[in-house]
Design a protein around this ligand. Structure first.
Ligand SMILES: Nc1ncnc2c1ncn2[C@@H]1O[C@H](COP(=O)(O)OP(=O)(O)OP(=O)(O)O)[C@@H](O)[C@H]1O
Length: 327
C-alpha cells in the first residue's frame, strides 16, 4: 500500500514565560492507505500535540518543525489559508467531545452540507442529499429527521456519529481520531470502533486512533506507536506489541489494561507518574519507573532502533522482559 502520510523529524515546542517545553521530539512514522495506526501512551505523552501540529491547530505559543508529507505537500509550517485547502478535505480530525467540532447554533444538515459546498463545490441540493446518505451510512436512524435537529437534541453517541459523518463527507485520505470513544459507554464504544473499521475499509481512509486505552486498540489497529515523554518508544504491528512487547513501558501499559491483562491474571498499574515534560529525567525518560533499568539508562537516552525487522524500540535493555520482574 502506498503511504498517504509520511512524518519525519517532527518536533513541537511551546513557549512558556521564561523557558520552553518540548511536547514532541523527533517523531517519525508513516501511514499507509487504508491502514489504522494507534497512538498510545499516558496523559501528557504528546499524542494530541503531535497530530494537532500536523493539522496546524497548535495553541498560539506552540511551534512545530520537521515534515508531515501528505502526498507531496508538507503540512508543517504551511500558512493557515493554504492549509484550509487540505483540512477537512484530505485530512480530517475528530475529538472526544463532538461539540468541539459541531456548531451548536446550526442544524446538523446545514453544517454538514456547508463542508461539501465549500470543499467540493456541490450545490446546496446535492450537498443535502449527500448529507442524508452519509448520516444513514454512519448508522443514524431516521436520518432526515436527525439532519433537521440541532446537535444538543441528539444523544452523545448520535453526536459522535454526526461528527464522524462530517469528517468523512469529503472521503479524506487521513482521519485522525483523538480519544473518539473515551466519553461513550462500553456498548456504544464497541459500535463506534466497528463503524470506524468499516468506513475506513470502504473509503480507503487511513485512520490514526489516539488513545490511552489499549483495550480500544486490539482488533482495530494494524500498527501501534507507543509514546512516552514526547517520544515514540516502541512501534510495530499491533499483534507483535501485544503478545511480545519489548519496551518495559509497553509491557507496563498492557498489564494496566483490564481486558488485555486477562492473560496475565492480574492487573497492575505502572508504578510512579509520567514525567513532566519541563523536567524530563536525564538518560531514558522512563528509567525512574523501570524495573529493568541499569547504569546506562540513567545517563544516555536510548535511540529508537529497529528490532527484528518488524518493530522499533528505544531501550537499552536487551534481555527477556519478564513481567514478574516488574511486579
Ligand atoms: N499551550 C501549551 N503551552 C504549554 N505546554 C503545552 C501546551 N499544550 C500542551 N502542552 C504540553 O504538551 C504536553 C503534551 O500534551 P498532549 O495533549 O499532546 O498530551 P496527550 O498525550 O495527548 O495527553 P492527553 O491524553 O491528556 O490529551 C502537555 O502535557 C503539556 O506539557
Amino acid at each position: 500500500m502506498a503511504n498517504v502520510l509520511v512524518v519525519d523529524n517532527l518536533d513541537v515546542t511551546f513557549a512558556l514565560h521564561q523557558s520552553e517545553v518540548k511536547a514532541v521530539s523527533d517523531l517519525d512514522f508513516t501511514l499507509a492507505e487504508g491502514e489504522t495506526l494507534a497512538v498510545v501512551g499516558e496523559s501528557g505523552s504528546g499524542k494530541s500535540q503531535a497530530f494537532l501540529s500536523i493539522m496546524g491547530l497548535l495553541a498560539r505559543n506552540g511551534k512545530a518543525s520537521g515534515r508531515a508529507m501528505l502526498g507531496d505537500v508538507n503540512l508543517i509550517g504551511m500558512a493557515p489559508d493554504k492549509l484550509d485547502n487540505y483540512r477537512g478535505k484530505d485530512i480530517a480530525m475528530i475529538f472526544q467531545d463532538p461539540m468541539t467540532s459541531l456548531n451548536p447554533t446550526l442544524r446538523v444538515k446545514t453544517q454538514l452540507a456547508e463542508v461539501l459546498v465549500r470543499h467540493q463545490g456541490f450545490t446546496a441540493e446535492k450537498a443535502h442529499r449527500a448529507v442524508i446518505e452519509m448520516l444513514e451510512r454512519v448508522g443514524i436512524p431516521e436520518p432526515v429527521k436527525r439532519a433537521n435537529a440541532y446537535p444538543h437534541e441528539l444523544s452523545g453517541g448520535m453526536r459522535q456519529r454526526v461528527m464522524i459523518a462530517m469528517a468523512l463527507l469529503c472521503k479524506p485520505r487521513v482521519l485522525i481520531a483523538d480519544e473518539p470513544t473515551t466519553a461513550l459507554d462500553v456498548t456504544v464504544q464497541a459500535q463506534m470502533l466497528d463503524l470506524f473499521k468499516n468506513l475506513t475499509n470502504d473509503f480507503g481512509t487511513a485512520l490514526v486512533l489516539i488513545t490511552h486505552d489499549l483495550g480500544v486498540v486490539a482488533g482495530v489497529a494494524d500498527r501501534m506507536m507507543v509514546m512516552y515523554g514526547g517520544r515514540c518508544i516502541e512501534k510495530g504491528p499491533t499483534d507483535t506489541l501485544f503478545y511480545d512487547p519489548r519496551h518495559p513501558y509497553t509491557l507496563g501499559l498492557l498489564h494496566s489494561t483490564p481486558h488485555v491483562a486477562k492473560r496475565a491474571k492480574r492487573l497492575d498499574p505502572i508504578q510512579g507518574l509520567p514525567p513532566s515534560l519541563e523536567h524530563l529525567p536525564r538518560g531514558c525518560a522512563f528509567h525512574p519507573r523501570c524495573a529493568f533499568r541499569f547504569e546506562r539508562c540513567f545517563e544516555e537516552r536510548p535511540p529508537l532502533l529497529p528490532v527484528e525487522d518488524v518493530r522499533e524500540k528505544a531501550c537499552w535493555y536487551q534481555g527477556e522482559l519478564k513481567y514478574e520482574a516488574v511486579a
